[in-house]
Unconditional design. Sequence first.
Length: 161
Amino acid sequence: MKLGTDAKREAVDVDDEASFLVKFKDGAVGSIEATRNAWGRNNFITVEVHGTEGSIYFNYERLNELQVCFAKDPDDRRGFKTIYTGPAHFYGEVTWNIPGMNIGYGELKTIEAYEFIKSVVTGEQPSTCFAEGYKVDRVCEAVLKSSESRQWEKVNNSVLV
């Protein structure tokens, strides 16, 4: 649909891009970035961690793969290797009959429903709960405050058990 030249225009008040730096209590540092404007990216949710023993990389668009690199590998074989999810991994007995067999969004929703129902039946608290969501919200608040103050802001999640 193409808007006409007489179409009413209004100010946009949502963030289209965000990026921020993080420092963790143990000294680790990182960066977090998000955008709605990355052409060619559909659900590009990635996590990349670099440490003294190597690196690990996950990309939600390639849900069934994990990229790992080990620092102790010989120089002639150092580089990222692909690990394909399969029967040996979480929920593998019901979702991945053979390594590298793709699962998708529907299977992930089934796993989430399974975990929810299991927590109701067993009475055990699931790993994701209100307290965890509240901690995430505290981080978001600190990011917004830091954006306004132009300073590092501490996140105090110690009030939660």
